[in-house]
Design a protein around this ligand. Sequence first.
Ligand code: 13P
Length: 348
Amino acid sequence: MDIEALNKIAVAMVEPGTGILAADESHGTIGKRFTSINVENNETNRRDWREMLFRTQPAMQDHISGVILYDETIRQSAADGTPFVKLMQDAGAIPGIKVDMGITPLAGRPGETITQGLDGLRERLAEYYELGARFAKWRAVIEISHPDQYVRSTPTRGGMKANNHALGRYAALCQEAGIVPIVEPEVLMGGHHSVERCHEVTEKVLNSLFTELYEQGVKLEGTILKPNMVVAGKKCAEQPSREEIAERTIKVLKDTVPSAVPGIAFLSGGQENEEATRNLDMMNKVGGFPWKLTYSFGRALQQSALFAWKGKAENYDAAQTAFNHRARMNGLASKGEWSAEIDDTVDA
Ligand code: 13P
């Protein structure tokens, strides 16, 4: 393993002003996004949608350091035959790949899931490296049970440990293959839980994650963390202010994430576009931490462009304008330079 090479990639992924575009939706997930705009979920539409994103300038050049692709996408080409990987490299963005195989119920732990995909991963990583991938993503899903549920409340220590062990095994295999692992233990934002409960669970999850990474020999200098922000569940009546979200998220990260980690790239997790940008911005305005804090957003980067596009060629420019805008806003947030006034100013 060449840790210096891995570190160089990881540092580039979180360069201030830039962040990661998560375009690695599985066929099922992209299908849900397409249903919301009445577009059929077929290979051509998936290609057209993603080609539109990958050709957006200056967003790709200036604000997207890397793109997480899906197995189909990393092998796909644009309508004119240019491989997507080449499109990306020409735009200065690093190609990445989602390598987990989704979640399944965790036996013995009702209400919890485990992420699959370790079998054959060494071989798949070698192929993805050949295809151009220089970083990968593996997502573990942690769900907080309803506050009234005392019996069998989740997550359990065993559930967290199983998921973090898998993240450690995955990350070690990535580094062996010359690929930077993004480790993503996502505490879901749906549900009725309070911000205090999210704080407590996120702290436990991250604490256990870094123990597992250590035990599996993962080099933190060549690793990127992709966590949730510390927020209240969407159905909780009491919602925290942006200051509280920033303060709690920074506190949890400082308490659990070693300073050898070059960067932390948040998932958006269903927050509104501007909300995700605003929260990231607030954290960078507070500052005073050893890692770069940026975005690895799926929905919060794509949503407005998706609604502008609606699957129609004549909306191509409007969709690119929307994507350019969100990319620029998040780029500003990664430096703590965003404001609602700038966000509300419509781009030319
Ligand atoms: P969202 O930003 O839409 O949560 O997606 C990011 C991601 O890659 C989740 O795994």
